[in-house]
Design a protein around this ligand. Structure first.
Ligand code: ADP
Ligand code: ADP
Length: 219
């Protein structure tokens, strides 16, 4: 289980004068499910990329159980990107093996069955619908049994039944493995329904941390 401590200074991209993020700091407890809410452009994806070490957070710091990620090679991160980002030249099975090369045929079939894609292991991404590709990317993220799960708008662009299936699946997998979760969304209702705690990232930018407002009337 992973405890996260995030302390960031102001983030700018080289080609733009506008501040993207920060300064901000917050912590996430082991096994906590945190929603990160904010409008498009607030820096949510940038923040997830920094946590996943896909982008530098220097001179800020992000610590996993007290250590930078480079000092915690045993900490497994699952990242469900906004786009499925499957390798088009690899089959579904080989896309999964990219993150865990020793995965057996039967392990692949088991995880694919769990995401509703039994028997699809030999297909290429172009043979799958967007929702199916998304489910492969979810299987990929869960295959390594991550300690920390990063979700970037996983329900966007899915139709309602597919989004419902996916929500149920994530809930199931979460109960099974209990990873620490950071879930990015611009949908406050979704955040209220799923998360233990909601962090608001405004494009102002300033961050407010609220406990989940459980007493709000549900729509
Ligand atoms: P979101 O829907 O979260 O706002 P975007 O569609 O803005 O995501 O960004 C998708 C990807 O494109 C991200 O990896 C982001 O880093 C990159 N990106 C977004 N805006 C720019 C930009 N102005 N210049 C270069 N890359 C960008
Ligand atoms: P969000 O996920 O909240 O929509 P992003 O982190 O994707 O926000 O983007 C925050 C801001 O930074 C946006 O204005 C976006 O255009 C800009 N941005 C994102 N990635 C890049 C990049 N690689 N280069 C330049 N600007 C970027």
């Amino acid at each position: 289980m992973v405890n996260l401590d995030i302390a960031l200074q102001s983030k700018f991209y080289a080609n733009s004068p506008d501040k993207v993020l920060g300064p901000l700091s917050f912590s996430v407890s082991p096994g906590e499910f945190v929603a990160l809410v904010g409008p498009s452009g607030a820096g949510k994806t940038t923040l997830l990329n920094m946590i996943a070490a896909l982008q530098s957070c220097a001179p800020g710091e992000i610590k996993f159980n007290g250590y930078p990620l480079s000092g915690k090679p045993d900490c497994k991160i699952g990242y469900i990107f906004q786009q499925p980002r499957l390798m088009p030249w690899l089959t579904v099975a080989d896309n999964l093996r990219l993150v865990k090369p020793d995965t057996t045929e039967s392990d692949i079939e088991a995880i694919l069955t769990k995401v509703g894609l039994a028997g699809k292991s030999d297909l290429y991404p172009k043979h799958l619908s967007g929702g199916m590709q998304r489910r492969v990317s979810i299987a990929r993220a869960f295959l390594t049994e991550p300690d920390l799960l990063l979700l970037d708008e996983p329900f966007v662009s899915l139709d309602a039944p597919n989004a419902d299936n996916l929500r149920a699946l994530l809930g199931e997998l979460w109960v099974e493995h209990q990873p620490t979760v950071i879930f990015v969304t611009h949908d406050l209702n979704e955040a209220i329904q799923l998360a233990d705690r909601i962090l608001f990232l405004s494009s102002a930018p300033a961050m407010v941390i609220l406990d989940k407002p459980v007493d709000l009337p549900r729509p």
